[in-house]
Design a protein around this ligand. Structure first.
Ligand SMILES: Cc1ncc(COP(=O)(O)O)c(C=O)c1O
Length: 466
């Protein structure tokens, strides 16, 4: 039959979304039906005819709800996931409804202007150079890719090579120096750019995963020619940031490009009381970070930030006869990202910064870190529970019975109890439970509920094991 307009479906979607978020805000983290069951629920022959819009929405809600992971619940600590804050979601609904293609100024004037303003606000919040350029991308993976493309362009330009025109065949060799505890997705960027995920020089790190400046100095001394150094703010397990105040001058002296993967850790910059953790990071050449983690925007949203605007544009911009070029005073949104047609991510970013303001963002980031600290404090004296690494930011690593099997069993018990969600990670060759506090919905009261639930789960597991 096919819907004429879909207006009803939009209303139903809003109702269902609000009901879901109201319930989840008060709920424990419900266990989720897995992929296999979801596949069975959705599997059907290709429909020949269309259906009525509100019936489609009802079917979608009924089928999908059991498989919706409760990532927006206050005690969801898996994978460094923000809250998809309702204000950001609302802005995102409008983004979809307005149907703007944010690739071009002429096609999307409001979206383009909001990006320009939000970019300025983000640079201010994160304490980065006010004249750096920014691309609104899907997340930190692609932000790292964009920044490294700008890096590749500039270090080769300095060596007399135009990589955009001539590619990499016959180009001067680029040295890539990267910390031993870098995030896996940075290597995706290196793969995409022809720099090779394995063709890197690994720089030794300390116990918390921070790049060691002495090891970097040695590697820079050996490296000859075009060089890119990849550092990070916020190691995915420990939350530790590289010592930028020491690394930046080393990279500068070697004429190397310094890139920082700061998917979540860069947000320490937004808090006056945490900024010391990332001291000196503003001296780098490029930075990748996420909106969908600590800024709480809905997925997908990340920012690729580059000090050298010309290098950023060289790596990303393109032209077509049917797209009029922006004036000098205008910011062309597609000049800083890999794609042309895309969603207008600036609206949700703008709405989230308006929602919290500078002080609210600082308070939220600090609260997340305080929650991680409080859970740690509450558990540190519990026999059999070990805090594996000092709590630097918002990440907490716990090990149970100093044993892999006991740790994995406790994680399974916690997931079954469903008072909170936390997953497993491997750190220094051993399994740990990782708690990542990055949701604006999490409070200090949640810290106490969490600590009690973890202690109770461990009591059950240790009783079973003894
Ligand atoms: C340090 C770090 N870098 C990069 C990424 C990839 O970010 P995204 O999943 O937003 O692409 C993550 C994700 O958790 C991260 O923690």
């Amino acid at each position: 039959m096919g819907s004429e307009t879909g207006w009803d479906a939009m209303g139903k979607a809003a109702e269902a979304a609000i009901a879901y978020r109201r319930a989840i805000a008060a709920a424990e983290t419900t266990p989720t039906v897995g992929y296999g069951e979801m596949l069975a629920a959705f599997a059907a022959p290709l429909p020949d005819k269309g259906a009525e819009a509100s019936a489609i929405l009802e079917e979608l809600v009924a089928k999908a709800t059991p498989g919706i992971r409760a990532s927006t619940a206050p005690r969801f600590y898996g994978w460094v996931i923000g809250n998809s804050h309702p204000t950001g979601v609302a802005a995102d609904w409008l983004t979809a409804a307005w149907g703007q293609n944010a690739g071009n100024l002429l096609a999307a004037p409001a979206a383009s202007a909001v990006e320009a303003v939000a970019a300025g606000w983000l640079l201010d919040l994160l304490g980065l150079p006010g004249d750096a350029s920014m691309g609104f991308v899907t997340g930190a993976t692609i932000a790292n890719f964009v920044c490294l493309a700008a890096a590749r362009s500039e270090v080769l330009r300095r060596a007399g090579w135009d990589v955009e025109a001539d590619g990499l065949f016959g180009a001067p060799v680029i040295n890539v120096l990267i910390g031993a505890d870098a995030h896996a997705t940075v290597f995706s960027g290196l793969k995409f750019l022809g720099l090779g995920a394995q063709r890197v020089t690994t720089i030794a790190t300390d116990a918390a995963g921070r790049m060691r400046p002495d090891a970097l100095a040695e590697a820079l001394f050996v490296a000859k020619g075009p060089t890119i150094v990849i550092a990070q703010a916020g190691q995915i397990n420990t939350g530790a940031s590289d010592p930028f105040a020491e690394i930046v001058p080393l990279a500068r002296a070697a004429d190397a490009w310094l890139h920082v993967d700061g998917a979540f850790g860069l947000w320490a910059q937004a808090s006056p009381s945490l900024r010391h953790l990332t001291a000196g990071v503003e001296g780098a050449d490029s930075w990748a970070t996420d909106g969908h983690k600590w800024l709480q925007t809905p997925y997908d949203c990340g920012y690729a930030i580059v000090r050298d605007t010309a290098a950023h544009q060289r790596a990303m911009a393109f032209s077509a006869s049917y797209l009029p070029p922006a004036a000098d005073s205008e910011r062309e949104p597609s000049a800083f990202v890999p794609e042309l047609s895309r969603r207008a991510r600036g609206f949700a970013t703008w709405a989230m910064i308006r929602q919290f303001g500078r002080s609210g963002i600082a308070e939220m980031v600090q609260r997340c870190c305080a929650v991680a600290g409080r859970i740690g404090e509450r558990l540190e004296a519990t026999p059999g529970i070990t805090i594996v690494a000092p709590i630097e930011l918002n990440q907490l690593l716990l090990r149970f019975g100093n044993d892999d099997a006991a740790t994995l069993a406790t994680i399974a018990q916690i997931q079954e109890d469903a008072v909170l969600f936390a997953g497993a990670s491997s750190w220094r060759g051993e399994w740990v439970m990782r708690i990542s506090v990055s949701s604006s919905a999490t409070t200090l009261e949640d810290a106490d509920i969490t600590a009690d639930a973890i202690a109770a789960a461990w009591e059950k597991v240790s009783a079973r094991l003894s």
